[in-house]
Design a protein around this ligand. Sequence first.
Ligand code: XMP
Length: 508
Amino acid sequence: MQKIIILDFGSQTTQLIARRVRELNTFCEILPYNKYPADDHDIIGVILSGSPLSVYAPDAFLTDLSAIRGHLPILGICYGAQLISQTYGGKVESAGTREYGRQQLHVIDAKNPLFADFNDHSQVWMSHGDSITRLPEGAHRIASTETVENAAFCIPDPQPIFGVQFHPEVFHTLQGSLLLKNFVVNICGSQQEWSADQFIETTVHELREQIGSDHVILGLSGGVDSSVVAVLLNRAIGDQLTCIFVDHGMLRKNEFASVMSDYKQLGLNVIGVDASEKFLTDLAGVRDPEQKRKIIGRDFIEVFTEEARKIKDATWLAQGTIYPDRIESLNITGKIIKSHHNVGGLPKEMNLKLCEPLRWLFKDEVRRVGRSLGMPEHLIGRHPFPGPGLAVRILGDITREKIRILQDADDIYIRILRETGLYDEIWQAGAILLSDVRSVGVMGDERTYENPVALRAVTSTDAMTADWAHIPHEVLARISNEIINNVKGVNRVCYDISSKPPSTIEWE
Ligand code: XMP
């Protein structure tokens, strides 16, 4: 299958480049800047990402482009463009001050294929401290801005090389997707074959080949990723798949029953295990967030392993790992800060082979695949939910009564978000019980002294950064009223207006 390679020089927007390329129905892979796979014949073009570094710094990330130049079209973005310049006889110097923000792009060479259908003076987004002060040999300038003379250049080799100082991958570059389409489709010749349907067809085929007549087990969480894996595997191997869904007692209100019923309707072979007694007993009196996570993780493995052992001939363990879990992102020293994910703690002697059919997909692509598989929208569009569940949303120790209070408050919150059409605009929402805090209230003629509930809702694309969702005041008022009037034990509702960073999405 045709693919674009994105060499990562440590920019925060590298994943964004990949997502934009995928939106063009073209498969792409992100690789560390020095790991170009020269023997991969499916590659049709290469993009060099930005970087927090300077190309002339002693610790700059440098790479040999000779395996690419002359063989495939290249697009350098920001640092990528500077690297091309420096490598081929140009010059890069500090711009004095860092330039950050919107600029208007003046296209000098309107006939250049990179700017096909481009409007002159279109807004682009700049973020750089260095400038290309001399173009590389054989290059000509194809665009400028008021402050950046060499905003884009082209070396018109038979396999052309382009450099752009701005970031076409970000939202604020208004015609950035068009520029990437010109590169990926017109210049590199992508046939735009990467689609959900095509992914399903090839993956089902591959899974059948890989698994043969073996048996696979899969831990379901109710979340989108593991549910899509289940349906995909079910399509490929039917009854050779057994799913295990563990209820640790800290799921949302009625979630276990409703998700089990969804899974059954999807025709999945699923075992539901109510292990809430074990989890809640082990968590009794524990207040420390990390300790809670440890206990839940350990108990989960115990329960899951016990169930899995009952499935005698299982040789595979399927997981809902997705692409962002596996991308090896670099930090400024070139060290990999996120190493390849591995199986979380199942006993080695179980000797299971790992099957991760979503390993190449971004979250939005997982959702598209789910839709193409005919899964119901309420399962596909679900917000992410942490593995330890409400345990990390009850501040303090955990009791059945506190879980009941939080479940009721959360249920009202989420229902109103759905009714007002806000649910789908929000990345993730949930209520938090501040069970160590009590405040005074008055209900009817009576004084109350009860716990507050905090509401959290964020917008995000990947949970790495997030902004608090600007829910209209009248909706917040309705949520607050309904919670205080209906949930015994809560007499105050607060709305969390912190972004990530510096806060996190979960409170614990
Ligand atoms: P934070 O709180 O780190 O959350 O901003 C980022 C995303 O990760 C989820 N999250 C977890 N998921 N186990 C999980 O499976 C955990 O312990 C955990 N902690 C946070 C969180 O819900 C958000 O989507």
